[in-house]
Write a protein that binds this ligand. Structure first.
Ligand SMILES: Nc1ncnc2c1ncn2[C@@H]1O[C@H](COP(=O)(O)OP(=O)(O)OP(=O)(O)O)[C@@H](O)[C@H]1O
Ligand SMILES: [Mg+2]
Length: 156
């Protein structure tokens, strides 16, 4: 499934819709260009799923992980500075992948084989000025069901 957005708000709004349907154990793996809109999209998810934490959303480049408190906890990672997926184990982040909350991971490219099978892949591409191409790919039947639900929210 592919969306093309023309503004940060449009990208945030897709995140917001996804945020209404994610549940405990969802893993949203964000891929793609620098400045592609991954943090903007994350802000939308958090606006829907943990609105009281919305002001805390920033690129957690220095912290590697931010935690937000919603109906289920949200773990927001930025793996830009990770050199390989196995560093996740050294850093002690593996436990967060086990499904106690919702995971959102910027720079999931870096995860390699540490990427959980049950993930929703979202790829961000700069398509000129304020235009972004956002592609959703399911990593599992469960995530395909979420993408289908998102599609029906978008078209219905
Ligand atoms: N259609 C759009 N969707 C999202 N962001 C857009 C769009 N058009 C312009 N922008 C701008 O692009 C930038 C996207 O920044 P954002 O931090 O969300 O990207 P990112 O993918 O998280 O970057 P990084 O790789 O550094 O983490 C913002 O400055 C935003 O205002
Ligand atoms: Mg970012």
């Amino acid at each position: 499934m592919i969306f093309v957005t023309q503004s940060p708000l449009e990208t945030e709004n897709i995140g917001r819709k996804l945020g209404t349907i994610l549940n405990k154990g969802s893993f949203v793996a964000l891929f793609g260009d620098l400045g592609g809109g991954k943090t903007c999209f994350t802000r939308g998810i958090v606006a829907a799923a943990a609105p009281e934490s919305l002001h805390l959303v920033s690129s957690p480049t220095f912290a590697i992980m931010n935690e937000y408190h919603g109906a289920v906890p949200i773990y927001h990672f930025d793996f830009y500075r990770l050199t390989c997926g196995h560093e996740i184990i050294d850093l002690g982040f593996e436990d967060f992948f086990l499904g106690a909350g919702i995971c959102i991971a910027e720079w999931s490219e870096r995860l390699g084989d540490m990427l959980p099978d049950n993930h929703i892949k979202v790829i961000f591409e700069n398509a000129g000025q304020d235009c972004r191409k956002i592609t959703f790919v399911a990593g599992s039947p469960q995530s395909q069901a979420l993408i289908d639900k998102l599609n029906s929210l978008e078209t219905g």
